[in-house]
Structure formats: structure tokens, C-alpha cells
Unconditional design. Structure first.
Length: 457
């Protein structure tokens, strides 16, 4: 909203977060920040390994509360709620699409690729899409009212570019006829990036994943298979670079690599030794503490490889090109080390793997220069891509859509997905993307219901 996107302030979009949610633990959460009765069930997984609770205790030792991170305050730690029910995950397809798949006004096409949006070049008005079926055949599908692109932060800009909507120079290079010069398409691509810190622990207990544990899950949706180990444990902190006067964390922590009491079957958390050797010493086990930079300043871009819709686009991520992102990540690593040194985690014998990262062997382990070297070699994305069709008013030269998610300069065409975010949200992008879809559907309905078709935008 601060960038001129009227209607997208927090108080404007909160109702759309609540609309989709059916929180099954609402009595445990901050009132006013969670919905009930929506299509999407939200709750914690039934099973949490003991180490998850130890991490929460470690956070308390360092002065961080355990709280509802989607409530009044956002700094702290929690065993996160997930889009799930009875130990089974819910995708947006399972929650929203499958229940209405038999509606007469809905046709779902599987194994189908959108080749381009059909645009009348003189009027610059979208009127349909060209698709490629699974058998390779092509077909045009016409739209009565408008075309809505929801391909995500990679495929939505790719579709626009294939349709001749984007930077003129880039389109000309790959032989795509220019329909509308829109410089921002494919630009501003960014993501949360994370560094995987590895720690060894002493816990070697195992409970087999056998018929008994499988039947416990199948019959009662409980037990070992009803959780995802440490991956639903998370935390948000303010680094020294964050604004100390607000509650806007700039680092998120994820945890993984160890499923408590899982069988010794070669899983990622069993690092050394023969996993099937029941007579020798148990394998050494490991845990990952994973800081992620929430407010990345680095920006990348994507462009077409060629004019073939089946060719993946070329992505230039440009992670960590802004030094501020590196400095913030180093602060996250230092906090992760402090967390591992708490009494709660030392009960598990947490000790950092000090094997030098390849290419950083000549730098003193643990100094800032070492961590910068390691970060530039071992950092990975969090699959929270956003921003490549960013929202902005008509006077913004880098904007692709307006606050009603309509593509600038092309009538009857919208983009509704994470690509419209000017800046990625301070956390996982699943719920915000669903919020964008909820608000986008209202924008579409308010435009067309009760109004004459094909009226001017």
C-alpha cells in the first residue's frame, strides 16, 4: 500500500486471510487473526518430535517467547500450524478445486500448457489463450470476459513474454512479436534464501517405520507418520539490522534433517555408518538449523530462452548480490550457533560440523569472512519466489499490474498469484498467495457481476 497500491494495506487484506481459513485450533490462537469455516483446514500436525519442544525451550532461554506467530506479534518461536487435517496435508487444489470440480461452469484441463495469451494487437485486448495439449495438438480457447493468468512467479511472466507482453528488446531477440512494451515483466524476481547449518547430536534412538506405525497412521491418523519431524518448528527474530521500534522480523529459522525416533534406513538424518548394520555402532545423526533472510534486497530476473512455450525460461536469480543480504544471513548464522549452545539443546549434545566448506578452507572457521565465503557457496532458495509481475500504479515504470491486478496497457487481462507481490512477504508465501487469490476473485466479481459484458475497463 505504501507503494501506491490502494486496497492492499494490512487491514484491507486481513479479511481475505480469514475468509479461506478453517482453523481447527482457534481457541489456542490470537483472537481476531484466524478464521473458521473456510475451505482450508489449518492446524498443527498430530506428531511433534521431542526435539521440537527442546528447540522452543532453547528459544525461551534466549529471551524469545513461544507464541502464535500469525497473531498480534510476529517475533518468537512456535510449532507452526499447517494447511492440514488429521495428519494429512491440504493443497489449495484439494481444499478449493476438487470439491467443485463437477460444476457445469468449470472445465479442468490436465496435461495442458498455455502457449500464450491471445491479444488483439490494435485494441491491445486479451480475448483468449492458445494451449498445447498433452498429445502436442494446439487449440485456441476464447474468453467471454477476461483472461486471468495464475502461473506463479516463474510461469506467469513467461506466459506474458510468450504473448508479446514485456521488454521489447528481450522479445525481439527471441523472435516474439511485440504486442505491448512492458519493461517490468520478469524483473524484480526475488526469493527467501537460506543457509543450512549442520550439527551433530548424540540421540541415536530409533523406532522402526513398520506395519505397526503405518497402521497407526492409516487407522487413527496419529503417530510417527502424522508429522514432518522438525520442519514444522520455526522462529522469527530481529537482527541488528532490523528496525528496533517495530515487530517486523528479518530472519526466519527452519529446522530439519532429523526425524526423532525414525528407523535407521539411510534417511538424511543418518550421516555416518551403515544404516542397516544393527550390530555395529549407531550412525551419527545430524540436525540442520536453517536461517533465512526475510527481506532480501537482491533482485533477479527471468527472460525467454526462445519462443518455444515448452522451453523453460532462463532465470538469473542474483541471490546475495546486495551485501545487506549477506550481512543479515551472517547474523542469522550467529544466532543459530547461540541457539545450539543453550542448555536445552546441549542435552542432545549439539555440536557444529566444522568441516570447512569447499573453497573456504584457507579462511579461519567461524569469522565473518568465512561465513560470507560459505554463504556464497552453500545458500539455497526457499521456493518462495515472488515479484516478477509486480503490482504498482500506472506511473511506476517497473509495474506490471495495477492494484486491481490488471495488466498495464492490455485490457481484459489480469495476473493473480505471488508474482504480483512488490516485495516477498515476511514468511512463507502459501497463505499470502491464497489471500491474493481470494481478493482477486472479489475484484473480478465486482467488475463483471451485474454489468454488461465487454464494457470498457
Amino acid at each position: 500500500a505504501k507503494l501506491g497500491n490502494t486496497g492492499w494495506a494490512y487491514q484491507d487484506v486481513l479479511p481475505y486471510f480469514l475468509k479461506s481459513e478453517d482453523n481447527l485450533q482457534a481457541d489456542m490462537m490470537d483472537p481476531g487473526f484466524h478464521g473458521v469455516g473456510g475451505y482450508l483446514p489449518v492446524t498443527q500436525f498430530p506428531y511433534h518430535p521431542p526435539l521440537s519442544h527442546a528447540i522452543l525451550q532453547a528459544a525461551i532461554e534466549l529471551g524469545y517467547p513461544v507464541r502464535d506467530l500469525n497473531g498480534v506479534s510476529h517475533t518468537g518461536f512456535a510449532i507452526a500450524q499447517t494447511t492440514s487435517k488429521n495428519g494429512s496435508r491440504f493443497s489449495s487444489s484439494r481444499a478449493f478445486l476438487r470439491p467443485v470440480k463437477d460444476r457445469p461452469n468449470l472445465h479442468i484441463m490436465l496435461n495442458t500448457t498455455v502457449a500464450r495469451v491471445l491479444v488483439e494487437p490494435n485494441k491491445k485486448q486479451a480475448y483468449g489463450v492458445e494451449i498445447i495439449r498433452g498429445d502436442g495438438g494446439r487449440e485456441n480457447i476464447l474468453a467471454k470476459n477476461e483472461v486471468v493468468v495464475c502461473g506463479g512467479a516463474v510461469n506467469s511472466p513467461q506466459i506474458l513474454l510468450l504473448s508479446g507482453i514485456g521488454p521489447q528488446e528481450d522479445l525481439t531477440k527471441v523472435g516474439v512479436p511485440v504486442v505491448h512494451h512492458l519493461p517490468g515483466v520478469g524483473r524484480n524476481l526475488h526469493n527467501h534464501v537460506a543457509y543450512f547449518m549442520r550439527f551433530f547430536i548424540n540421540d541415536t534412538s530409533t523406532t522402526p517405520l513398520n506395519w505397526a506405525t503405518a497402521m497407526e497412521y492409516l487407522l487413527f491418523r496419529d503417530g510417527l507418520m502424522s508429522g514432518t519431524g522438525l520442519s514444522d518448528t520455526t522462529g522469527f527474530i530481529n537482527s541488528k539490522f532490523a528496525n528496533p521500534n517495530d515487530d517486523h522480523p528479518d530472519i526466519q529459522f527452519f529446522f530439519g534433517g532429523f526425524l526423532a525416533n525414525c528407523a535407521r534406513t539411510g534417511q538424511v538424518g543418518e550421516r555416518t555408518g551403515d544404516a542397516m548394520n544393527t550390530t555395529g555402532p549407531p550412525p551419527q545423526r545430524e540436525v540442520n538449523i536453517i536461517p533465512a533472510v526475510l527481506h532480501p534486497k537482491s533482485r533477479g530476473f527471468l527472460r525467454l530462452r526462445d519462443n518455444n512455450p515448452l522451453s523453460p525460461p532462463m532465470i538469473f536469480a542474483r541471490y546475495l548480490t546486495n551485501p545487506a543480504d549477506v550481512a543479515t544471513m551472517i547474523e542469522g548464522i550467529k544466532f543459530g550457533i547461540r541457539l545450539s549452545e543453550t542448555q536445552a539443546l546441549q542435552k542432545y549434545g549439539f555440536r557444529m560440523d566444522t568441516t570447512p566448506v569447499m573453497g573456504c578452507e584457507n579462511i579461519s572457521f567461524g569469522c565473518d569472512a568465512y561465513w560470507e565465503c560459505a554463504i556464497r557457496r552453500n545458500t539455497g532458495p526457499e521456493n518462495h519466489q515472488a515479484g516478477s509481475c509486480r503490482m504498482g500504479p500506472s506511473g511506476d515504470p517497473g509495474a506490471v499490474v495495477d492494484p486491481e491486478l490488471r495488466v498495464h496497457g492490455v485490457d481484459k487481462l489480469r495476473v493473480i498469484d505471488a508474482s504480483v507481490m512488490p516485495s516477498v512477504t515476511s514468511g512463507n508465501t502459501n497463505a499470502p498467495t491464497i489471500m491474493i487469490a481470494e481478493k482477486g476473485s472479489d475484484l473480478i466479481k465486482s467488475r463483471w457481476i451485474g454489468k454488461q459484458l465487454w464494457t470498457k475497463w
